[in-house]
Design a protein around this ligand. Sequence first.
Ligand code: ADP
Ligand code: MG
Length: 247
Amino acid sequence: MSENKMINMTNIDKYYDDFHVLKNIDFNVKKGEIVVVCGPSGSGKSTLIRCINGLEDIDDGQILVDSIDIHESKKNLKAIREEVGMVFQHFNLFPHLSIVENITIAQTLVKKISKKDAAKIAMDLLRKVKLEEKADSYPGDLSGGQKQRVAIARSLAMKPKVLLFDEPTSALDPETIGDVLSVMKDLARENYTIVCVTHEMGFAKEVGDRIVFMDHGVIVEENSPDEFFNNPKSDRAKQFLNEILAH
Ligand code: ADP
Ligand code: MG
């Protein structure tokens, strides 16, 4: 395997009982690459990216993250989880913890960083996502877009190399989406390797290196954003693009 691959998935098969959700998928991402995954609902996008940090098991194939085989040992899985941050559609913040505590808790529990150092890292990250004034608020007091920026700060606190985003803006009010995308665009210009499931075409065009289009558990087409949006090859991609453009 070449040195510059960050994610290396080969011949991945996965079933939910009898349902074949991922069908012999090969998916590779280079270090520092920004890949946007799109496709109709139910096509297997979430399942695919959840496999990358072991949130889903697979039935066949191999997954290497930063050359570590995720299924070789529990130790490997733990190592990969520390390198891979994930941001979900519904934020998954701890409602009973303040914003700053949401960002310090894993640092102190998992990384054994002192409370003081963890709080300093948290404040730096809150500044980065432009929410330092919300440090002592609770998730319930924030808008969806603000919660999502906290969720991003929380995942950055673990100093991941890879960031996985699963439709990070699709549960948000339209007026709060821009601030989240702006933070994500900043991250895309840093050193992170990013896999983002999204239908935000502006984001995909501006920072995406590659678009991967899935349907029915297979990667139907992958291309540069320009090529994919202007000149989709498959009928399924054409139909999908027509549908999202109609919204
Ligand atoms: P997408 O993110 O593209 O919408 P998913 O990966 O969430 O697709 O789901 C792909 C298919 O697998 C869907 O048909 C969904 O209903 C099914 N599925 C997802 N998770 C489970 C599960 N835990 N058990 C059974 N079926 C599931
Ligand atoms: Mg999904």
